[in-house]
Design a protein around this ligand. Structure first.
Ligand SMILES: C[S@@+](CC[C@H](N)C(=O)[O-])C[C@H]1O[C@@H](n2cnc3c(N)ncnc32)[C@H](O)[C@@H]1O
Length: 376
């Protein structure tokens, strides 16, 4: 795990595992480990290869595009070796949670060969478009194309975040999103999200899953909602997102008997006061203007019941893992991330505290921070 400089309330501590006497693993456990390592290893290889191929493709494309300033980190950047070690630590914590029975062995990486080839081809078809936008600074295509994308959604939302084609607003974008994020994070995205299932499992030790009112804010294509419902088989959930195409993909991927979906703004939730037990929110806050971040937290405090929990996963912030600070400063130079720099230094603890929520769990997880806040 990266060395956190912020307070780590209850992060996994691999060192403490070494101190407890280990039982010899059963054959079944060994088989489970081998399967996990095989699948996650394949993911790492697949997305790392895509990342390298994309880098080479971009180098070629760059020859015909306007030159852009070379990104300059404003602090230390971890070595490849360090990042691989942190991914390995993340996966070890993930596997441990599976073995501890907190959630079942993950199903990520089980794309059919046909789906994989189609997605990979679509990914490479899109690379020149992203390179063109990056080189020309074209990040307002979604805003400018009102015929295609309308003009009713909030202004801050109608942008080509990450220089991605169609922003959040087309089926193509929704189908490519998970693959693109995994290329960026070497296939570790799902494991980072799953860290939120650890505090979720703790909550469910005290509450009946069948009676728990749960919603995932900015659920996207179901990145956390799907594994949460797989982990906790009696739980039902509501996915909230502003993108109809992303919600459509989530509907396809998740059993609709256990999930419902609402097209709504996280800052104006269609839920009654004090009506939800758990809210989760993954990779949203860094995409929001500071004012909207505050509104989302206020809405969360309004709709959660007293004692309710807010499960948070998003990018590391400056100082969380100090030797990642330079890497974090590169993101908004490489991708259209208009609100990321303000996110890096946002006083999240202060904002949650102001809304009456206290942090009960925190752990860095590779390039993410995972936290749980309790209301009241
Ligand atoms: C980076 S993606 C994260 C998606 C998903 N949570 C995940 O883990 O992959 C950001 C998502 O936030 C949604 N979004 C952005 N601003 C929003 C808002 N104000 N209200 C609801 N959804 C929003 C986008 O449509 C997109 O699906």
């Amino acid at each position: 795990m990266p060395q956190a400089s912020a307070t780590t309330d209850r992060s996994e501590d691999p060192a403490s595992e070494g101190r407890t006497r280990r039982r010899r693993p059963s054959l079944r456990q060994l088989a489970g480990r081998a399967d996990y390592i095989w699948r996650q290893g394949n993911r790492l290889a697949l997305y790392t290869l895509h990342s390298e191929a994309m880098r080479r493709m971009n180098a070629q494309l760059q020859k015909d595009l306007p030159e852009t300033p070379k990104p300059v980190p404003d602090g230390p950047v971890p070595s490849q070796r360090r990042m691989l070690a942190d991914i390995a630590a993340l996966l070890a914590a993930d596997l441990k949670a599976v073995e501890d029975g907190l959630y079942p062995a993950p199903r990520d990486g089980r794309m059919s060969v046909r789906e994989l080839i189609a997605t990979s081809r679509a990914f490479f078809r899109d690379v020149p478009e992203v390179a063109r936008r990056r080189a020309t600074g074209a990040h307002q295509e979604v805003f400018e194309d009102r015929d295609r994308f309308g003009d009713t959604l909030p202004r801050y939302y109608r942008q080509n975040f990450h220089f991605q084609s169609d922003g959040w607003l087309s089926e193509e974008s929704a189908r490519l999103y998970d693959f693109q994020v995994d290329v960026l994070f070497s296939g570790a995205t799902a494991a980072m999200r799953r860290r939120a299932l650890v505090p979720f499992a703790e909550i469910l030790k005290r509450k009946d899953q069948r009676k728990l009112a749960y919603a995932d804010l900015a659920c996207g294509t179901g990145g956390l909602l799907a594994p949460a419902l797989a982990a906790f088989p009696r739980l039902k959930g509501i996915g909230v997102d502003l993108s109809e195409p992303y919600l459509s993909v989530a509907r396809e991927r998740i059993d609709c008997r256990r999930a419902s979906f609402v097209n709504a703004m996280a800052e104006r939730l269609p839920f009654a006061d004090n009506s939800l037990d758990v809210l989760s929110c993954v990779f949203l806050f860094h995409e929001l203007p500071p004012k909207v971040r505050r509104q989302v937290i206020a809405e969360a405090a309004r709709v959660l019941k007293p004692g309710g929990s807010f499960l948070f996963v998003d990018s590391l912030q400056s100082g969380d893992v100090s030797d990642y600070d330079g890497l974090l400063s590169l993101f908004p130079q490489l991708f259209h991330e208009p609100y990321y720099t303000s996110y890096l230094t946002e006083d999240l603890e202060g904002l949650f505290a102001k809304a009456g929520m206290t942090r009960s769990y925190f752990t860095p997880a590779f390039v993410s921070r995972v936290a749980a806040y309790t209301l009241g």
